[in-house]
Design a protein around this ligand. Structure first.
Ligand code: SF4
Length: 355
């Protein structure tokens, strides 16, 4: 490989929602005897999921398969209302790690549906966030993936019915805006939230990538194939004119023939450790230049049920647990994952829970 320079996008990698979810699951692992259960992948990243598997976390696609009384976390992508209800049966200890920005879209959909709107929802059919969101008001929602879906919705919706437009949080801006333009033509009184549903983290990562993609001979996007915002980054890099765009899970997947200037970024669920490994493998002759387009300082605190649980635990039996709550803001998910990795080498005992 003869890479001259790496252009590194900033921001990249973990967003506030992913930080929150990873730390919350790590705190669960710390306070409960294994296994801790998690509905769906906590975030869409193979490395993160395998770190938790090594700690005895069992990932399930059906909450009813989780034994009564067991600790169960619901993933960052948001769950359908009936999944949340089923999860809470049988005394399971349920912590919902849904990102607050996904909750906002659930809320918008619920409110619009109650007001009699038909809702166009731009998203990907099989993605867990879309599935969970559309289940909030299935009779009022029309999934929009293509222009043809808008045409079909315009035929299906009775004239005079109020129409709103919402979206999956992690789409690429271009993919979203083309569909919005057509929806506005078809439904001139279309209601949309004051700020689009595309989340700040998705937008910031796309903006940062645009800065480097047009100057690079190739762009490496680090993240999993089922991560929507990662896939959106590859689309953005191609649309910016970069001739070669590769998504990789890890450094081992890099091809040997990369040359010239290589741009590097990572999806919102990809750990910085993977970025470091990729840069090490690229080994640029003229070093790394970081292009930072914005600083992110958003912080999402742990889920309220987890805060209550930790407070009770602290009061009852484990004062040291207070340190987790007090320090949550200052501990990064990267650090937490590194601790988990070390723990799998030298396992520590979980704190004992009382009945
Ligand atoms: S990408 Fe956006 S919506 Fe998804 S977890 Fe991160 S902040 Fe939340």
């Amino acid at each position: 490989m003869a890479v001259e320079q790496v252009l590194l996008a900033a921001p990249r990698g973990f967003c506030a929602g992913v930080e929150k979810a990873i730390k919350a699951l790590a705190w669960m692992v710390k306070v409960f005897e294994p296994p801790v259960y998690c509905y769906h992948e906590i975030v869409h990243n193979q490395y993160v999921v395998s770190q938790f598997r090594d700690q005895g976390v069992i990932f399930v696609d059906d909450v009813n398969s989780v034994p009564p009384g067991a600790p169960l976390m619901l993933s960052a992508h948001g769950s359908a209302p009936e999944v949340v209800t089923d999860a809470r049966h049988e005394n399971r200890i349920v912590i919902d790690a849904v990102c607050p920005l996904v909750t906002k879209v659930h809320h918008e959909l619920k409110v619009r549906a109650k007001k009699g709107y038909q809702v166009l929802y731009i998203g990907h059919a099989m993605h867990e966030e879309s599935v969970g969101t559309m289940a909030v008001a299935p009779d009022a929602v029309h999934l929009i993936e293509t222009e043809a879906d808008i045409e079909e919705a315009s035929r299906a919706i009775e004239p005079g019915t109020p129409v709103a437009l919402l979206a999956q949080t992690t789409l690429s801006h271009d993919e979203w805006s083309g569909l919005v333009d057509l929806a506005r033509q078809k439904f001139p009184d279309l209601w949309m939230p004051g700020r689009s549903d595309l989340c700040f983290a998705t937008t910031n990562r796309q903006t940062a990538l645009r800065e480097i993609a047009s100057r690079a001979d190739a762009v490496i996007v680090i993240g999993s194939a089922n991560s929507s915002n990662t896939v959106a980054l590859t689309t953005v890099a191609l649309a910016s004119g970069c001739p070669r765009v590769l998504r990789v899970n890890a450094a081992e997947e890099l091809p040997d023939d990369l040359t010239g200037i290589v741009g590097v970024t990572a999806g919102a669920s990809a750990p910085e450790r993977l970025v470091e490994d990729v840069i090490k493998r690229l080994n640029p002759l003229q070093g790394i230049t970081t292009l930072e387009t914005t600083k992110e300082d958003e912080y999402f605190p742990p889920p309220p049920e987890l805060r209550d649980l930790l407070h009770n635990l602290e009061k009852d039996q484990a004062p040291e647990i207070g340190a987790i709550l007090a320090n949550d803001r200052n501990i990064s998910a990267t650090q937490v994952l590194e601790d988990l990795r070390l723990r799998s080498v030298e396992p520590e005992q979980p704190l004992e829970m009382k009945d």
